[in-house]
Design a protein around this ligand. Structure first.
Ligand SMILES: [Zn+2]
Ligand SMILES: [Zn+2]
Length: 342
C-alpha cells in the first residue's frame, strides 16, 4: 500500500510502499478515505523538539481520518466489513483508574495513533476497535476525518454553559473556529475570535463569529472593555498555545468567569494568578482530546441538526504524492483544514 512515513530524523517525509498491516484480535483493518493534517503532523514533518522527544522512527503518521472497515479482528463484535468509521486518536489501556472511571481520554497509559502507533497517511490502517466511531450515514467521510479536531472544540465549550454568555476564543485555526461555532450553536450572546492571521480571521467571520480581533492592529483588552462596558468576558478559551498570549487572554476574563485552556505551550508558563484567577474567583479548566464517547455523540448530534456546517473549514485537498506542498501550506497558517483524499 502507498504510505507516507517519517523515517529520517530530519525535515520531510517519505512516500513509500508498505505491505498491508496485520491486525490483532481487537483491531479493525480499515481502508482510509480521507485524512487531515493536524498540528502534531506538522511537528513530525518539521522534526522539531516536540517530535524528536516523542517519536520513534520509522512511523506511519497521520491520525485524523475516516475510513471503511475491510477486516474485523476475531474478538470485535460491534463492527462489520463496510462500516464507515472515524478514529478516536487516544487509545486507552482499558484497565487503569481513569479507564475504569469513565475518563478513558486521559488514560494514564494512553497511546496516540500516528504518534506512538502507526497512523493513517496511507491506503490502509489498523484501528483498535475501542477507538472506532461508527459514522452516521448523513456524515461524509471528509467531515468524518475532521470530527477529531472538531471534537476538541466541542469538548472545550462543553465545560462551560455558553447560552446567553459572551465568549472569546484566542486562536482561529481550525479548532479555534470549531470552538467558536460550538459557542454560537450553544446560544452564546456574542462570540469573539482573536488571531494574528488575516486569513484565519476571515475564515472565522465566514463561519459565523460575530467579532474578530487582530492583536497586531489593536489592543484586545481595550476592545473587550468597550464591548463589555468594562465587565470582561464570561468565557475565555485559549487555543493558541502561545506563552505570551495566555496572560492577555486571562485579562479579558470577567470576575467569576470561566477559562478553558486547550492550546499546548512549549514550556512552563508564567501567569498572574492573583489578579487573573484568585481575585476573580475564576474557574479554570484544562481540556485535552475528547471525552469517549460523550463528546463524539454531542459533536455528531450538532452536525445532524443541519444547523451547523463545518465543511467550509476544509479548504484544501491533496493526493498523498503532493505531501510536501500540503505541509508547506499547512505551516503557513493560510489555510483551514487540509485533507489527503486517499
Ligand atoms: Zn490531531
Ligand atoms: Zn487506561
Amino acid at each position: 500500500m502507498r504510505a507516507l512515513i517519517k523515517d529520517k530524523p530530519v525535515r520531510g517525509a517519505t512516500l513509500t510502499d508498505l505491505p498491508l498491516p496485520e491486525i490483532g484480535e481487537e483491531d479493525l483493518l480499515v481502508r482510509v478515505q480521507a485524512a487531515a493534517i493536524c498540528g502534531t503532523d506538522i511537528h513530525i514533518y518539521q522534526w522539531n523538539d516536540y517530535a524528536s522527544s516523542r517519536i520513534r522512527l520509522p512511523l506511519l503518521f497521520g491520525h485524523e481520518y475516516a475510513a471503511e472497515v475491510v477486516e474485523v479482528g476475531k474478538r470485535v463484535k460491534n463492527f462489520r466489513k463496510g462500516d464507515r468509521v472515524a478514529a478516536e486518536t487516544h487509545v486507552p489501556c482499558g484497565h487503569c483508574f481513569q479507564c475504569t472511571t469513565g475518563l478513558q481520554h486521559i488514560c494514564r497509559d494512553m497511546k496516540i495513533l500516528g504518534v506512538h502507533l502507526d497512523g493513517a497517511f496511507a491506503e490502509y490502517s489498523v484501528l483498535p476497535a475501542v477507538c472506532a466511531w461508527k459514522l452516521d450515514p448523513a456524515i461524509s467521510s471528509e467531515i468524518g476525518a475532521t470530527l477529531e479536531p472538531f471534537g476538541i472544540g466541542v469538548h472545550a465549550l462543553s465545560k462551560t454553559k455558553p447560552a446567553g454568555k459572551k465568549v472569546i476564543v484566542f486562536g482561529c485555526g481550525p479548532i479555534g473556529i470549531y470552538a467558536q461555532m460550538a459557542a454560537r450553536f450553544s446560544g452564546a450572546e456574542v462570540v469573539i475570535g482573536v488571531d494574528v492571521s488575516g486569513e484565519r480571521l476571515a475564515m472565522a467571520r465566514k463561519m459565523g463569529t460575530d467579532i474578530v480581533l487582530n492583536p497586531k492592529e489593536m489592543t484586545v483588552q481595550d476592545e473587550v472593555d468597550r464591548i463589555t462596558h468594562g465587565a470582561g468576558m464570561d468565557i475565555v478559551v485559549e487555543l493558541t498555545g502561545n506563552r505570551g498570549v495566555v496572560n492577555d487572554a486571562a485579562k479579558t476574563l470577567r470576575r467569576g468567569g470561566e477559562m478553558v485552556l486547550v492550546g499546548l505551550y512549549s514550556g512552563p508558563v508564567e501567569i498572574d494568578l492573583v489578579n487573573n484567577v484568585i481575585y476573580k474567583e475564576a474557574t479554570v479548566y484544562g481540556v485535552t482530546g475528547r471525552i469517549m464517547w460523550e463528546t463524539w455523540w454531542t459533536a455528531q448530534s450538532m452536525l445532524l441538526t443541519g444547523r451547523m456546517d463545518i465543511s467550509p473549514v476544509i479548504t484544501h485537498r491533496f493526493d498523498l504524492a503532493n505531501y510536501d506542498q500540503a505541509f508547506v501550506l499547512a505551516e503557513s497558517a493560510a489555510s483551514g483544514k487540509i485533507l489527503f483524499t486517499i
